[in-house]
Design a protein around this ligand. Sequence first.
Ligand SMILES: [Zn+2]
Length: 183
Amino acid sequence: MKILVVVDMQNDFVDGVLGTPEAAAIVDRVAEKIRGFDGEVFATYDIHNQNYLDTQEGRLLPVPHCIAGTEGCQLASAVSKALLERAVNGASSRLFAKGTFASKDLAEYLSTLPNVTEIVLVGLCTDICVISNAILLKAFVPEVKITVDASCCAGVTPESHANALAAMKMCQINIEDGQKGGF
Ligand SMILES: [Zn+2]
């Protein structure tokens, strides 16, 4: 069984306080990937409390984002629509909230599933939460192929996106480009 993990496709990272043109450009591709995926789909979302600026992440990145209950915390509408369509068609998708870069709950849960052959990650941001989740998954499920579809990811900058892909490749994460085939 293949697993798709959609990382933090939330308004604040797409076109909100931490949005980028590169992030906005992948939204439709991520929605397509969800629709066409043959396997289970999981999504993570970043969520912080009002005290965000008092946290370590907030001190190092003093831009309040994905605050619980805000529009910025919501998944991009095309992505939530694609997830809902799967539900309507009887395929499950499950959301994992996280207050840190990587979701330990998701990694733990995936490590309990039998017959997982590959975990594919897409989403935002390549250089923070995608790389954190990919490396965490390598530790939890070392015998499962971990793939990142670079065409469905965007970084804080194009340079740090490329750096993160190179770092993941070194850590034996399979980097693919769903748009071009190989990478
Ligand atoms: Zn955050």
